[in-house]
Design a protein around this ligand. Structure first.
Ligand code: HEM
Length: 282
């Protein structure tokens, strides 16, 4: 019955293309051969497939987050705030996807994970260079990732460049200064390879913007987009930490950290501290 209906559906469509001997197919365009042959399980355990795919899907979304955030940084530098809002809104929607992905991983039980965990050796999301690139564009600069990828000069160069480049918050603060607010010179000319640290002049400027949103609507909207991104980033970190606790309890991580204890600690980091502080002060 279902087959007949399906056949009827196709046979009533006269224009469907079927001759692809000389033409590019969907699979060619997306390089599905490469993509779909990259799920090599190291064990023969059924559940390792989920483990690989959830990581790969997350890495694909991280790639788009980096692409969009770098686009937003450029747009802000060019004074095109509306264009940056569009890209940052997309980042937020992607974050919803990767936060929800934890629900799929939660179906992996501790017993199932233990069946193949040893095969991972020292490999861990801790070494995810795309995750560190996201942290870099958000202004959190930790140099150890450059050390890890010394063995890959091309990748090392990409990480090095992002490590020294201004982050999203740096260009947002510059936009605030360009709008006439007085910002500490030491912040505007800071060494971008250092993690951003909060500053009184930046807090005063954001406070003034939040107190007169009609006059500074664009900067206010920019600030709220940044809060959206940070809020979701923290939700991702939190869900990761709880999922890890659910699966491995308080065992050490394969990357060598204390595990859940470490993941709880990183939750304390704020990317855009003044935007959070001002909520108490407004
Ligand atoms: C069974 C599933 C998972 C377990 C048990 C797990 C466990 C851990 C642990 C213990 C750490 C701390 C570093 C270490 O010592 O290894 C860590 C870090 C990390 N994991 Fe996972 N993880 C899992 C799934 C995922 C997935 C699906 C992603 C998606 C990309 C991911 C991305 C990361 C990242 C980016 C870090 C570094 C976090 C930071 O330094 O702030 N993990 N993971």
């Amino acid at each position: 019955m279902t087959d007949k209906n399906t056949n009827d559906t196709f046979s009533s469509e006269k224009g469907i293309h079927t001759d692809f001997m000389e033409k590019m197919t969907y699979g060619d365009y997306l390089q599905l051969d490469t993509l779909l042959s990259s799920q090599t399980r190291l064990s023969d355990h059924h559940d390792e497939m989920l483990f690989i795919i959830i990581h790969q899907v997350s890495e694909l979304w991280l790639k788009l987050i980096i692409h969009e955030t770098q686009g937003a940084i450029q747009a802000i530098q060019q004074g095109k705030l509306q264009a940056s809002f569009k890209m940052l809104a997309r980042v937020s929607r992607i974050q919803v996807q990767i936060i929800q992905a934890w629900d799929v991983l939660s179906t992996l039980t501790p017993a199932e994970y233990m069946e193949f965990r040893d095969q991972l050796g020292n490999a861990s999301g801790f070494q995810s260079y795309q995750y560190r690139l996201v942290e870099f564009v958000l202004g959190y600069k930790t140099p150890f990732i450059l050390e890890i990828y010394k063995k890959d000069p091309q990748l090392h160069a990409i990480l090095e460049k992002a490590y020294h480049a201004p982050g999203l918050y740096d260009v947002a603060i510059q936009a605030v200064a360009d709008a006439g607010f007085s910002i500490n010179e030491a912040v505007l000319n800071r060494d971008f390879s250092e993690t951003y640290e909060k500053d009184k002049s930046v807090e005063q400027a954001w406070l003034a913007i939040y107190k007169d949103v009609d006059q500074y609507w664009d900067l206010y909207q920019l600030a709220e987009k940044l809060v959206d991104v940070e809020d979701s980033f923290q939700q991702w970190r939190f869900r990761h930490m709880k999922t890890v606790e659910r699966i491995i309890g308080h065992k050490m991580g394969t990357g060598g950290s204390s595990g859940v204890g470490y993941l709880k600690k990183v939750l304390d980091h704020y990317f855009f501290p003044e935007l959070w502080d001002l909520r108490t002060k407004i």
